[in-house]
Structure formats: C-alpha cells, structure tokens
Design a protein around this ligand. Structure first.
Ligand code: PAF
Length: 284
C-alpha cells in the first residue's frame, strides 16, 4: 500500500500548512537532514513522533557547510529513496526547499557561533559551523517547530545549535537522539557509502578505539596516555587522525584527565577518502 507523503519545496506552501496546524493547536517537531537517510535519521524521526503531533523532515544539501574540495557534488541525493523510507514511519511533511528558498539572490548573511565551534571539526573545517548555523536558523524560521531534533553523532554541531538557539532566543526546544551504530560499532553516516570494501572492514576500529580509551580513562590514566595505544592502532590501520580529544561535555573545553566530570571523547579521522567522526560519553 502506498501512503501519500506531501513534499513541499516552497516556503509559501509550507507556511500555509503550518498555519492550519497551528490553528488546530498541533505541536510541530522538525528533523533537519541533508537526505541520504539512514537508521540514525529514522530513529530521530521516531523520537520526534513521540514528542509532537506533527513531524516535518527537511531535506536540503546545504552548500554553505561544504568547503572547497569537499564532497558537495558527490554528496548522495535520492529524494525518492528518502521518501520511501519516511513513508513507513509516519512523517507528516517533507520540506525539500529549492536552494532559492534558503539562499535567495543577494543572500549575504552568515551566522557565526564563536567559541564552541572553533576547536575539533571547526579547526579543520572553518566554514562548516557557520554554514550549519545559517541554514539551521533559516529552517527553524521556515518551519517554526516547537522541538528540533539532532543526532549526537555530530556532537559539536548539537552544542553549536544549542548555543545558537539560546543566543538568538529562538523559540524552540533542541532535543538530541543517541548515535545509531552498525552491528560492528561503526556509527551510521550518510558518508559511509564512500568507504571501499576494505575500508568498511577497518572503519569500526574508530569506535573500538574510543571504547578502549574510555576504559583506560576510567581507570585514571591521563588522556595523553589513555589515547596512545588507540592512536597507534588507528595509524597502523591506515587512518589519518584529525583530532582525538577528551572534552567537557557541555563546553567542549579540552580535558587532560577524566575526574568524574561530564565528559565526551571525540575523534575525527580520514580513512581512504572518507572523513569519519565519532564520539562517546565518558561516565564514572
Ligand atoms: O547534520 C546534518 O545533516 C546537517 O548538518 C544539518 C543539521 C541538516 C544542517 O544542514
């Protein structure tokens, strides 16, 4: 049985659906995505269903968050495959805006969240969080959700968006969903399809390294020591490490040692031509 799922590409059409929902006192949850949906996105949609009456999924590959030489052109785009996945799990509307709805001619604004966006991924991808903050602000203004949901896989992105929402007094609650992993531990990501067959077999080492490092931190080893074996393991396996840091879970300030404070272990590395990121909570 085919279920009709409305897809809207124009802001004016979205606004009219939104007004009808609001008129009927319906609450709205938004799951912003760049498409190429996987179980991680779908788990956020399922969570969204439980917290609001209406669920919007936005699908927009945002050029502003890709730097020169990054994978904007190759980024997987298959809206009909995405719609098929969403049809089965109860989404009310897919907002797939034309680029002109997000960045009309003459668009000149860039939202920059300083501090929390500057280390980790922000250090090697300086354009990235400005692009994310700008598009997320527009999507929030277009969809006016009560709740917006983001995955913890992009942990720094989640904190940047939380900061943005607080700083601009945006009337939305930000909710996060846990990382969804393959059976071998690899975090689900739209970019995993870039991995060669061999690299796909190697990729779960990133998660294994996080788990082993966390165990050493929990036994009291300082980060520099706890990370050493993992760094060696990953570089022997062919990873090019970008960063591997223990950070305060709320501010992302780097920590030298785990002393029971809320902490997060975050890693980014390139395998073949694929940049992978992952993170885990460190708890006592
Ligand atoms: O995490 C993503 O898919 C993107 O960065 C987001 C939040 C949809 C903004 O383009």
């Amino acid at each position: 049985m085919s279920i009709d799922l409305s897809t809207i590409s124009k802001l004016a059409d979205l606004q009219s659906v939104r007004s009808k929902w609001r008129h009927n006192s319906q609450t709205i949850a938004l799951v912003p995505t760049m498409g190429a949906l996987h179980e991680g996105h779908l788990s956020l949609v399922k969570l969204a269903r439980t917290v609001a009456n209406k669920v919007i999924v936005s699908v927009f590959v945002n050029p502003k968050q890709f730097g020169q030489g990054e994978d904007l052109d190759q980024y997987p785009r298959d809206l009909s495959a995405d719609l098929n996945k969403l049809k089965t799990i109860g989404v009310d509307l897919v907002y797939a805006p034309d680029a002109s709805q997000i960045y009309p001619q003459g668009f000149s604004t860039n939202i920059s969240v300083t501090g929390i966006s500057e280390g980790l991924c922000g250090a090697s991808r300086p354009h990235f969080f400005g692009g994310v903050a700008t598009v997320v602000t527009k999507l929030l203004l277009h969809c006016t959700p009560d709740i917006a949901l983001f995955g913890e896989k992009d942990y720094q992105q989640l904190l940047v968006i939380r900061r943005l929402v607080i700083d601009l007094d945006l009337p939305v609650d930000v909710m996060s969903g846990p990382i969804v992993r393959e059976n071998d531990g690899l975090a689900r990501s739209s970019r995993n399809i870039y991995l060669s067959k061999t690299d796909r077999q190697t990729a779960p080492l990133l998660h294994k390294g996080l788990l082993e490092t966390r165990a050493r931190l929990q036994k009291g080893a300082p980060m520099i020591k706890a990370a050493q074996q993992t760094i060696e393991l990953l570089s022997r396996a062919g990873f090019q490490l970008d960063y591997f840091e223990l950070c305060d879970a709320n501010t992302l300030a780097p920590l030298k040692q785990y002393k029971g404070q809320p902490a997060r272990l975050l890693i980014a590395a390139t395998l073949g031509r694929t940049r992978l990121i992952d993170n885990i909570a460190v708890i006592g």
